[in-house]
Structures are given as structure tokens and as C-alpha cells.
Design a protein around this ligand. Structure first.
Ligand code: HEM
Length: 156
């Protein structure tokens, strides 16, 4: 019973971290970037937003790895964790690893920071680079998570 509550909290943390990261990336893609293209917006805003969002992404990444690992061990040790489940999970983890590597390469690039790009859009790309790919990968990863849940419910 206590284990069930623990897993509930883990699942909640996993979902919140996913929402924060993918939601933030979608916000950039659909709202912030179009706004930055307008004359009134400044490149400094993009840089600061990128720095703040970078902290959120780093925290979300750690939470996703730790809680995702716990959820995976729990599911794979259940009878419902069959071959189909393990295969979809493997694809999901590969896509998640791609997201993590994009995020980490962005952080290390920012640390170098000797060759900043020019122009408002260039500054935005430095601050929030790869975020469109992250958003697309995030949507795919969330879809696979829904498939995983479906496979459990179907007993596959
Ligand atoms: C090491 C990386 C990860 C592992 C091992 C992992 C593992 C898992 C597992 C085993 C589940 C439970 C699926 C089920 O119901 O059977 C799950 C759920 C989920 N994962 Fe991940 N995950 C990882 C990364 C991510 C990332 C990067 C995202 C988002 C971008 C994400 C989003 C979700 C969502 C939205 C759910 C559904 C939560 C729920 O409704 O319970 N995961 N994950």
C-alpha cells in the first residue's frame, strides 16, 4: 500500500517534469520565437529566458531519469511488462537520450560563449537553440508514454 503511494508520487513527479520541459519548449516555439521576430522585442529577453529555462530543463532532466528509471523497473518486473512494452520503452528511452544530449550540448555551448551569434534571432538561437527539435521529440516521447500505458491496460 505504501509502495503504491510512493509510485503515485513518482508518477506525478515524472509527469510534472515532462510538462515543464515540453510545455516550455512549445511555449518558445509557438509564442516566444514569433514574438521575438517583432520589432519591439529585444535579444536580451531571449538570452535571459534561455538562461532561466536552462535551469528548469536541467532539473526536469534529472527528475525524468530518476523517476523514469523507477517506473521502468516497476513495470518491467510486473507480468504486464512484455516484449512489446520493453520494445516501445527502448525507443522511448533512445528518444529521451537524444533530448538529454541536445539539452546538455546547449548548456556546454553556452559555457564556452566566446563566439556569440549576432542579431536578435541569433541571440535567441544561442539562448534557446535546439528547442524546436526538443519540442518535437518531447511530443513523440509523450505519445510513446501513452502507448506504454495502453499496452499495460491491454495486457500486451
Ligand atoms: C530515462 C528516461 C525515461 C524513462 C526510463 C521513462 C520511463 C517511463 C515509464 C516506465 C513510464 C510509465 C509508462 C506506463 O504507464 O507504463 C513513463 C511515463 C511517462 N513518461 Fe517517461 N521516461 C523517461 C523520460 C521521459 C521524458 C523525457 C518525457 C517527456 C518528454 C517523459 C514523459 C512521460 C509521460 C508524460 C508519462 C505518462 C505519465 C503517466 O500518465 O503516468 N518520460 N515514463
Amino acid at each position: 500500500m505504501a509502495a503504491d503511494y510512493f509510485l503515485l508520487i513518482i508518477r506525478w513527479m515524472h509527469a510534472v517534469a515532462a510538462v515543464a520541459w515540453v510545455g516550455g519548449a512549445l511555449f518558445y516555439w509557438l509564442a516566444l520565437r514569433p514574438a521575438l521576430r517583432s520589432e519591439a522585442a529585444s535579444g536580451g529577453v531571449a538570452q535571459r529566458a534561455g538562461r532561466e529555462f536552462g535551469q528548469v530543463v536541467l532539473l526536469a532532466m534529472w527528475v525524468l531519469v530518476v523517476t523514469g528509471g523507477i517506473l521502468a523497473v516497476q513495470r518491467l518486473s510486473e507480468a504486464s511488462g512484455g516484449v512489446a512494452y520493453a520494445s516501445v520503452l527502448a525507443v522511448k528511452v533512445a528518444l529521451a537520450a537524444w533530448m538529454f544530449s541536445l539539452a546538455l550540448s546547449r548548456v556546454s555551448r553556452r559555457r564556452e560563449a566566446d563566439t556569440p551569434r549576432r542579431g536578435r534571432l541569433g541571440v535567441a538561437m544561442n539562448a534557446l537553440g535546439h528547442v524546436n527539435t526538443t519540442a518535437a521529440l518531447g511530443l513523440a516521447v509523450i505519445f510513446l508514454s501513452v502507448v506504454l500505458r495502453f499496452l499495460v491496460e491491454e495486457g500486451a
